[in-house]
Each structure stands twice: as C-alpha cells, then as structure tokens.
Ligand binder design. Structure first.
Ligand SMILES: Cc1ncc(COP(=O)(O)O)c(C=O)c1O
Length: 470
C-alpha cells in the first residue's frame, strides 16, 4: 500500500466480526460502533471466526487421544505452534513456543523459569506495562531506566546503566511498543547493547506484534530477541491464547511454576521425569481452540502483509495526529509529530483541558458510539511520569483510594487503531472531541466516586436486546 494515498489507506485493511454493528446512543438513535480500543483487545478477524467454526467440527482432546479427531486436533495444535514460531522468525530447532493465556502469563512464566542469582539485575524501563514490571519485582532486583522528554525509552541512559552494572545485568526487559504513547523501542540497538554486556533481551510484544513485523532472528545474531511474549487477543484472535517464545535450552531445565498433567515422561511415588519443551511448560489440558485461532490470525496477517498493516496504520496515525491537534484544549501525550508517525504505533493518549478523562470516554460512548479507554492503562509509573504527578500528589491519591474515592486518580483517554480502522473513525473521534471541548454535549454525566467513572443520567441500554445468555 502507498502510505501517501488516502483513498486506499482509508479503507479497512481487514474485516472483523461485528465490524458493522450499530450501538444505542443517548439521543435514542443507533450509530455505527467506532472501535478505537484495539490496544486493549482486538475483535476476531472474520477469517479467524470462520476458521474456528470449521475447526470445532473436528475438535477433540490432543496428545494422547487415539481417535481420528484427536489425531487431527493434535496435528492442528502442533501446526499452530509452528505457525506462531514462523511468524516471529523463531526456529523450532533451538527455540520453543509455550502457549498460555496471554502476555501476562508468558512474562510470569519467564520470571519463574529464568534462573537469577541474588546479585543479578533485571534492567527495564519506566514505560513498562505492569505485566512486564510486577513479575520481575517478585523474583529479583529490578532497575528502571527513565524515558526521554518525548516519552520514548532513553537508550543512552540504558546503555550507561548497562556499562555501570556490567555482567550483573541478567536481562534487559522492555516493551516493544508503549501501550500509552505508542512509541516503538529500538529493538535492534537494545539487543546489541544487551548482548555486548552479556545480558539477554526480553521483548514484551503485546503492543508491537499487532502493528509491525517482529523477527526474533537466529540465536547467534547480536540483534536477536531472546524472549518474546505475545497475546492472541491483541492480534485478532480473542480465544484465550498467548505465547512465550524462548530458547529451548532454558526451558529444558528446571521445574515449571505450574505442575500437573501433560508435562511428564514418568511419575513414580517419589520422582518425576519431566518432558522436553514445550510440553514441560504447558501444565494441564491446553487451549487448543485458542492456539488454532491464534495461528489463523497470524496466517491472515501474513496474507495481508505486515508491511501493509504498518503502512495503513502509519497513514492513519499521521492523519489522526493532525486532526486531533486541532481539537481545542487537547494535550497529546508522547511524540505527537505526524512526520514521525512511523516511529510509533496507532495508540494515541490525550487529555482534554477541564474535562475528566473518564467523563470524556463516557460522552464519546454515549453520544458518538465511540469505544475508547480511560485511566492509567496498567502503566501507572509511566503515566504518572508523563503527567508530572509528584510523589506528594501520588501519596494523596493513594489516601483517597483507601477512602474509596477514585475521582482524583490521574489518567488519560486512549484511542487506538487496528487493521479495521479508517479515516472515518478518526474523523468521528476528532469531531466528537471538538464537540466535548466546546461543551456541546447533550447529557448530564454523574460521577461514581468509588470507581471514578461517569455514567450518562437516564441512559441504561438494554444489553439483552443485543446479546444475552439468558
Ligand atoms: C505493553 C503491554 N504488555 C503487556 C500487556 C498484557 O497483556 P495481556 O493482558 O494480554 O496479558 C498489555 C496489555 O494491554 C500491554 O499493553
């Protein structure tokens, strides 16, 4: 795709289940649902939905089942592993793919399975999602490198810290892209720095994988990614599967953090012979449908071309940064120069002067059918840093939370794009934000102190009219 060609870039690149659904609005009308929350979770690609429906006809237990369907399902599960590995440039001879629920589980697994000496350090950054921060705090000493004024990872500071700490750094653990500002980490440079210092590189790929091609490279390549964590539900396969891709050698040793069925060669009354990877690290019955869905999504993304995914998104991000900059009173977080849109993903966080972020999100939903997210996006240290919230102010907010008042929790609004997003979506957002900034919204929004969220007075849509389990 030519990124300079608006007509092409403004069409969706891929089609998703429910992409044309109408949702109820405050004024009684229905409007097209504008999904600008793909950084949290993406809808299923139609190819994934249809493939899953087809597979369900053949679904059965995997691994030890003797029947035809079990054999077929086992092959599909193994093929899914190979497809995930191939998509990220991982060779299954020396690497393994461990399926689990999501990125969080993958990162927790690695934090349990990576042997750490007491004096070793995990070098990470202030940009991290809590999923790439809290697991490490449980297991070792974590040092965080700050961000630059524009919100990007400070590579010079990281290099300096690596020089300072030397061989004590066991792992450099960074996000591939921020879930707040969208800035993309310089992975090749990080890999070189980490490996020169004798450390390994972990990339939290939750936010990068949906937007850019990731090549883990060979295990002897200085620009390799040693460990990669990803989520299927952020890659158009919301069926409960994610993965950790790691060197086979590491996961051939040690005892998994979860133990039970499916991971052993033999159990006696007082001994266990663990299986080889990947089985050793997949306790219990696996989510076969989730793994198949994940593979279907990656196949479809490969068919569309990750270079086209990137070009589509860069165009939309440029367009959005230009349009949003004209909204009165808006403050965009991070590097908001449209000319540098290629260095970030289509994740845009912002504040509107004088308007609480949760209220802005509520108005966007009720009056424009736009789905965004408000809050701190599970990246509290980064958001507090970007917003310049002092330690004293943080203490005050903590006290207020303890008193069940979350109305002062700092936060922003986040809009994020997927392959189904279009210029119309950006226009809808920019127009609605201008309407809010100019106080032209219709509803009255009530604050709920314990949650800090807002609800439109007198508007309680009946979900049962759309989907119900009863
Ligand atoms: C950068 C980043 N890392 C990790 C995660 C955790 O992903 P999951 O909730 O799928 O485990 C997220 C989720 O938003 C994320 O944005």
């Amino acid at each position: 795709m030519n990124a300079d060609h608006p007509a092409t870039a403004c069409s969706p690149l891929g089609t998703v289940a429910g992409g044309d659904r109408l949702v109820p609005l405050l004024d009684g009308r229905h409007g097209r649902y504008v999904n600008l929350d793909s950084a949290a979770s993406t809808p299923a690609l139609c190819a994934v939905r249809d493939g899953v429906v087809a597979f369900l006809e053949w679904y059965s237990s995997v691994h030890r089942g003797a029947g035809f369907k079990s054999q077929l399902a086992t092959k599909a599960y193994d093929d899914a592993r190979a497809i995930v590995a191939g998509f990220f440039g991982a060779n299954l001879q020396d690497r393994t793919v461990i399926f689990g629920k999501n990125t969080t589980e993958a990162l927790n697994k690695l934090s349990y399975r990576l042997p750490l000496r007491a004096d070793e350090v995990i070098l990470s950054s202030v940009l991290e999602h809590h999923s790439n921060m809290l697991p490490w705090r449980l297991h070792g000493r974590v040092e965080l490198v700050d961000c630059r004024a524009d919100g990007a990872l400070d590579l010079d500071a990281l290099a300096a810290r690596l020089r300072q700490r030397g061989p004590r750094v066991r792992l450099v653990a960074v996000t591939g892209a921020s879930n707040v500002t969208g800035c993309i980490s310089p992975i090749a440079s990080l890999a070189r720095l980490a490996h020169e210092a004798g450390a390994e590189l972990l990339v939290d790929g939750a936010q990068l994988a949906p937007h850019r091609a990731i090549d883990m490279r060979a295990l002897d390549d200085p620009e390799r990614i040693d460990y990669l964590a990803i989520s299927g539900h952020k890659l158009y396969a919301p069926f409960g599967t994610g993965a950790l891709i790691a060197p086979r050698a590491l996961l051939s040793r040690g005892v998994p953090e979860y133990v039970g069925g499916g991971q052993v060669e033999m159990v006696t009354l007082d001994d266990v012979l663990w299986s080889a990877p990947p089985d050793r690290d997949e306790a219990g019955s696996p989510n076969v449908v989730g793994a198949v869905a994940f593979a279907l999504a990656l196949k479809e993304l490969a068919r569309l071309g990750m270079e086209n995914v990137a070009a589509h998104e860069i165009f939309l991000t440029q367009y959005a940064l230009k349009r949003l900059a004209a909204v009165p009173g808006i403050r965009l977080l991070g590097d908001c120069d449209p000319a540098r849109a290629a260095g970030r993903t289509g994740v845009i966080s912002f504040l509107l002067a004088g308007k609480p972020s949760f209220m802005v999100a509520a108005i966007l939903s009720a009056e424009a059918g736009i789905g965004v997210r408000a809050g701190c996006f599970c990246a509290h240290p980064y958001l507090l840093r970007l917003l310049g919230v002092s330690a004293a102010e943080q203490d005050l907010v903590l006290q207020q939370i303890l008193n069940n008042d979350r109305s002062h929790v700092p936060g922003a609004v986040r809009a994020s794009f997927g392959i189904y997003s279009t210029c119309d979506d950006v226009d809808a957002l920019a127009d609605a934000l201008t309407m809010i900034a100019e106080d032209r919204y219709q509803g009255v929004y009530d604050l709920d102190l314990p949650s800090g969220t807002y609800t439109p007075r007198g508007f309680a849509p009946d979900f049962a009219g759309y989907f119900s389990l009863s």
